[in-house]
Design a protein around this ligand. Structure first.
Ligand code: D5M
Ligand code: FE
Ligand code: ZN
Length: 472
């Protein structure tokens, strides 16, 4: 008993006084111990959770529901690019055009095309351009080269303007911004007075059903570090087998489980990875993932979107898993979608994006960090683009259309990839990075990556209420 109490304290499980009374002087068998220890951290261990010590407590059946999962946008099969330079031009022009539209609508900018900017006026002008380069000048100013269909315009951010300097410092190549300023007579140089990003309007959470969606990412099935037992405990929680009464009630109202990529560990992703795999057969990794996903109740709609470790091309947008991989995951409650993909869950819109560009945000934006994935994801929303900069860590596929523009602002943005957990709200958009179900690998240790494994975030689709369960 004493040992059980200590262990519970270690796992931050709270023993209800009645439970202590019930267990006093009774023999505690292993099955009870393992049942209690698979409870999420913070759970109050009520007497009914330990009653029948060793016997099946007898779960209430999950109420049957019909869910409406709608895939609003999926790029699978829409890839028309041939990988030619020409296609990158279309990709970037499409990005410019669509983000300019958003800037015009949201920020009320009526921009001038760069080739019509006269060089002989002192009046203020507005342009919308894609950032070609950002650099510091000898005088400590920032020089931003803006580009549109008409040409290039160098713009100077004067060092005396601190807030603009801060903005310029976090400016990414290829993002699209609105710039206001003056061109000095005869200079060809725009002196910047204001910079605006497309941004997002404030919104109210839009769902209409009292159902929860659960999120996960970066399972890395097939890796020795994949936390199988912890993930199975989460699924057992979803089945209502563990957790206190209130939690079981939430579990029974969970209608969706969304996975934002890195479903499996993959093979050949980084040097030396072979030694860390439980199987070197990619198909077997998906078979294993499928076996584990069988543990999710049938009436929960499961959505799987790929990441950079999955069996699809690396360049984004990534198509949904297909062929033999889709076959092994072919369960009636599983839907495979592209990365990114926009979903409608009973009226609540979720934009899923694995999150590779977060590496670029962290590398280039001074205030961004892996410890704050929500902040980095807000950067994507402000820029209305899921992979705002090209040439860093995020490979893009040369498409005619830019599928990574955030055209419609969702109720929630869900990512993973960075293996750190975070959940917050930005202008009414729930922002969630679901962390990982893989413990720290030796590779990550060498890279200084400190993951937050085993967290299960949940969002109530009508109220936007957020919950976090811990299984590791
Ligand atoms: O990526 C998990 C995290 O590890 C993500 O933030 C990128 C980071 N990562 C992955 N590979 C490298 C290398 N080579 N250098 C630095 N950081 C890296 P995942 O997609 O799960 O592998
Ligand atoms: Fe990952
Ligand atoms: Zn990843």
């Amino acid at each position: 008993m004493k040992e059980l109490l200590e262990k519970c304290a270690e796992r931050r499980l709270l023993l209800h006084p009645e439970t202590v009374n019930l267990l006093e002087g009774r023999e505690i068998d292993d099955s009870l111990v393992s049942r209690v220890f698979s409870l999420p951290e913070g759970t109050v261990v009520t007497p009914d959770l330990v009653k029948g010590n060793g016997e099946d407590a007898g779960e209430p059946p999950r109420p049957k529901r019909t869910r409406t999962l709608e895939v609003l946008s999926d790029s699978t099969g829409e890839s028309v690019g041939e990988g030619q330079l020409e296609d990158f031009r279309s990709l970037f022009y499409d990005r410019l055009e669509r983000l300019r539209g958003i800037l015009e609508n949201r920020q009320g900018i009526n921009p001038r095309r760069i080739d019509t900017v006269p060089d002989d006026l002192d009046r203020g002008i507005k342009v919308v351009g894609m950032v070609r380069s950002v650099s510091r000048t000898g005088n400590g100013n920032f020089l931003i080269r803006l580009e549109d269909e008409g040409g290039e315009l160098p713009a100077i951010v004067p060092s005396r303007d601190e807030s603009l300097m801060g903005l310029a410092e976090g400016m990414l190549e290829d993002e699209v911004v609105g710039v206001t300023g003056k061109v000095r007579r005869g200079s060809d140089l725009l002196i910047v007075e204001d910079i605006v990003r497309p941004g997002v309007p404030m919104r109210e959470t839009g769902g209409d059903s009292d159902v929860y969606a659960a999120f996960l990412s970066d399972l890395h099935v097939g890796s020795e570090s994949f936390l199988r037992e912890e993930l199975e405990a989460f699924f057992s929680w979803l089945r209502g087998e563990i957790g206190d009464e209130r939690q079981r009630e939430i579990a029974s109202r969970t209608g969706y489980l969304l996975a934002a990529g890195d479903i499996v560990e993959g093979i050949g992703v980084y040097p030396g990875q072979e030694r860390t795999l439980t199987t070197r057969d990619l198909l077997e990794q998906y078979e294993e993932a499928a076996r584990i996903l069988e543990g999710v109740p049938d009436d929960i709609e499961v959505v799987l979107s790929p990441g950079n470790h999955d069996a699809v091309r690396q360049a984004e947008p990534q198509p949904a898993l297909r062929d033999e991989y889709a076959e092994v995951l072919d369960m009636k409650n599983v839907t495979l979608v592209s990365n990114p993909a926009l979903l409608d869950l009973d009226g609540f819109r979720v934009l899923i994006y694995h999150g590779r560009s977060l590496d670029d945000i962290v590398a280039k934006v001074p205030e961004a960090s892996y410890r704050d994935p929500v902040g980095a994801m807000e950067g994507l929303l402000q820029r209305r683009h899921l992979a705002p900069t090209y040439g860093g860590n995020t490979p893009l596929s040369p498409e005619k259309e830019d599928h990574l523009v955030i055209d419609q602002v969702p109720d929630a943005l869900h990512s993973g990839h960075v293996h750190t957990f975070g959940m917050g709200s930005y202008r009414g958009v729930t922002v969630v990075n679901s962390g990982t179900w893989q413990s720290q690998t030796d590779f990550q240790k060498r890279m200084g990556i400190d993951p937050d494994p085993g967290r299960a975030p949940l969002i109530n689709l009508s109220t936007g209420e957020r919950k976090i369960l811990r299984f590791a």
